[in-house]
Design a protein around this ligand. Structure first.
Ligand code: PGA
Length: 245
């Protein structure tokens, strides 16, 4: 079973979201695979209404407060009401373009869990950190920040997305992905116990395309992929899902 998650980022209006789902043909994708789409928040309702039953929807970002004077923000409860069942938390674009800290990522993870959203916590190193041999240090620091929250959730997904591979056409090798995923899994097993850790899905993200999806999805410890650019086109999203072993 593989998880094929599409992160549309700031692409696809509500009307374009309906068009996407109108063109999406998932009947040939084996039912063991789980299909998720993360549209922009403003397109959540359109996605929830237009999706086929087996594609589930998530929000790309939430604020941790319940409501209040936080102009431009969306709460977990609002996302849930709009149809989200999952929440991306701490995507590298949130961390690096919008200055999101480990502390904020932890608060958002807690808010998602309180409101019944499955958190998809994103971790990953920059190129400088990789060159400095700090891949595991960065992943573990980002993971440790959310561990107390994760212990409270029935279901958790972690996305390993090396920052240098996002939107660049550069992809981690399957063995880089496996090695990072093992680091994640080891820490989860220490913190949550082996059984709970085994239930956490660990996704790889960073320039996943139909052409490289199969080898990444077949790599040991890779439970799925988080796809950006190649997920906004229905044919290419389905091609990735069909490549899953
Ligand atoms: P990409 O994005 O597939 O366009 O590299 C992945 C992501 O940011 O989730």
């Amino acid at each position: 079973m593989s998880i094929i998650a599409g992160n549309w980022k700031m692409v696809r209006s509500p009307a374009a979201t309906r068009t996407f789902f109108g063109q999406l043909r998932v009947d040939d994708v084996p039912s063991r695979h789980e299909l998720l789409i993360f549209p922009p928040a403003i397109s959540l309702v359109a996605a929830a209404e237009a999706r086929p039953a087996r594609v589930r929807v998530g929000v790309q970002n939430i604020h941790w407060e319940e409501e209040g004077a936080f102009t431009g923000e969306v709460s977990a409860e609002m996302a849930r009401e709009a149809g989200a069942e999952f929440a991306l938390i701490g995507h590298s674009e949130r961390r690096h373009l919008f200055g999101e800290t480990d502390e904020q990522v932890a608060l958002k993870t807690g808010a998602a869990i309180r409101h019944g959203l499955v958190p998809v916590v994103c971790v990953g190193e920059t190129l400088e950190e990789r060159r400095a041999g700090m891949v595991d240090d960065v992943i573990l620091r980002q993971l440790d920040a959310v561990l107390p929250e994760l212990a409270l959730s029935a279901r958790v997904l972690i996305a390993y997305e090396p920052v240098w591979a996002i939107g660049t056409g550069e992809t981690a090798t399957p063995s880089d992905a496996s090695s990072a995923h093992r680091t994640v899994r080891r820490r989860l097993a220490e913190a949550l116990g082996g059984e709970a850790a085994a239930r956490v899905g660990v996704l790889y993200g960073g320039s996943v395309k139909p052409a490289n999806a199969r080898e990444l999805l077949a790599a040991p410890d890779v439970d799925g992929v988080l796809v950006g650019g190649a997920s906004v086109d229905p044919a290419s999203y389905v091609a990735i899902a069909l490549a899953a072993p």
